[in-house]
Design a protein around this ligand. Structure first.
Ligand code: SF4
Length: 288
């Protein structure tokens, strides 16, 4: 089936079925950017009130760039993954410093902003500027791995590229790129869901290879799981005159930027407590 037909079918379905979400009433790239960052790793229902309050307080790039970081964090409290908020503010500060507060319209300029990856750049450029830039997240990978019956795991870079090309090809054939971008995401969120896809409601059922071969519940295939590493930590609680010492974790890695009691990693099961205590004291007195 021709891609134009797939595009037409999907947009017709989207026009009738899409959810009315606050960011869907926006074309301001800054506001789209905020929504996309909040929606990473967080459910739509949870995001809505945060999004509305955040934009009441930080309505444009200039206000967010000038705001104290603690206040931005306070508006993010409860959403989790705080490095997203820090990156968003850093990116916006760069937009103000380099582009006078106007979110850039090219992929290269967007991707050079702190914290802006391929997905966020694609989402902002397609939704706010109607550019044929794919925004490929887990939902989109799942939908296309089924539609095209891709048997390799979607985490592989070459598979992601293949899916990006397929999305871009669809976008180039449409003048409604922003709607198309959102329609693909919406199909993944409402119909082509992870466990029990609702193929009977799907506008692409007739073209879907996974549906034809009844593979829709086994695709996308998963890469072999990486065994998690168990990390043992030795922590010290120092209380002096009613005050408790806490330190900030490094800016990258696990729990980046979060506060904790002074801690060191225990490298062997047989470590002596006196040795660990000494190492902990040496480690933190060197940092002070
Ligand atoms: S027919 Fe089923 S598996 Fe195929 S895209 Fe639609 S919902 Fe997904």
């Amino acid at each position: 089936m021709m891609k134009e037909t797939l595009v037409g079918q999907l947009l017709a379905w989207y026009d009738l079925n899409h959810r009315d979400l606050p960011w869907r009433r926006e074309t301001d790239p800054y506001r789209i950017w905020v929504s996309e960052v909040m929606l990473q790793q967080t459910r739509v229902d949870t995001v809505i009130p945060y999004y509305c309050k955040f934009l009441q307080r930080f309505p444009d790039t200039h206000v967010l760039a000038a705001a104290p970081e603690e206040e931005v964090m306070a508006h993010w409290q409860g959403l989790g993954y705080y490095s997203r908020a820090r990156n968003l503010q850093n990116g916006v500060r760069e937009v103000v410093a380099r582009y006078g507060g106007k979110v850039p319209e090219t992929k290269e300029a967007m991707r050079s902003l702190p914290g802006v990856g391929r997905y966020t750049a694609g989402a902002v450029l397609s939704i706010a500027h109607n550019k044929p830039e794919p925004a490929v997240d887990g939902n989109v990978l799942r939908v296309f791995s089924r539609l095209l019956r891709i048997e390799e795991p979607v985490e592989i870079a070459s598979v992601r590229r293949k899916i990006e090309q397929a999305v871009r090809a669809m976008m180039e054939k449409s003048d409604r790129r922003g709607d198309l971008s959102q329609a693909i995401m919406e199909l993944g969120a409402l119909v082509c869901v992870p466990r029990s896809p609702r193929c009977e409601q799907c506008p692409w059922q007739m073209s879907c290879e996974a549906f034809r071969l009844q593979l829709q519940t086994v695709l996308p295939r998963k890469k072999a799981l990486v065994v998690p590493r168990v990390v043992q930590v030795y922590s010290g609680i120092l209380i002096e005159e009613g005050r408790v010492l806490v330190v900030r974790r490094p800016e990258s890695g696990i729990l980046a930027g979060m506060w904790q009691f002074p801690s060191i990693e225990v490298l062997s099961d047989n470590e002596d407590e006196a040795v660990l205590k000494n190492e902990l004291v040496v480690h933190f007195t060197q940092r002070i």
